[in-house]
Design a protein around this ligand. Structure first.
Ligand SMILES: [Zn+2]
Length: 110
């Protein structure tokens, strides 16, 4: 199983990440990578500036884009972790139901 993403893959994901279209595993890998990779972090800043910044060049809020990007990264990370925890919980519940269900079924037949 691959643990980390390559720079090239990370940079392809940038527009999707900014749009919030990466799934939780992708987001976590993505964030883990950009936090440790200056090149990709710079690429993300530039693309964020281009994708989000051009929409409001005429407004003062364009000056806070770096803060917004930090905020986006933190929110995405928190959201992705939450989603992962929920999937894990559902998985555990499913296992428990399978075991309990199997127990009752075998009691029914024998
Ligand atoms: Zn990189």
């Amino acid at each position: 199983m691959k643990q980390t993403l390559e720079c090239e893959e990370v940079q392809k994901l940038i527009p999707y990440f900014i749009d919030g279209k990466t799934d939780s595993n992708q987001s976590l890998d993505f964030i883990r990578h950009i936090k440790g990779c200056k090149t990709c972090m710079e690429e993300l800043s530039v693309e964020y500036l281009v994708l989000v910044g051009v929409k409001r060049l005429d407004s003062a809020s364009a000056f806070n884009l770096n803060d917004e990007l930090d905020d986006l990264i933190q929110r995405s990370e928190a959201k992705a972790k939450r989603t992962k925890n929920i999937s894990f919980l559902v998985f555990i519940l499913f296992i428990i139901f399978a075991i309990v269900g199997g127990y009752f079924l075998s009691g029914f037949f024998y």
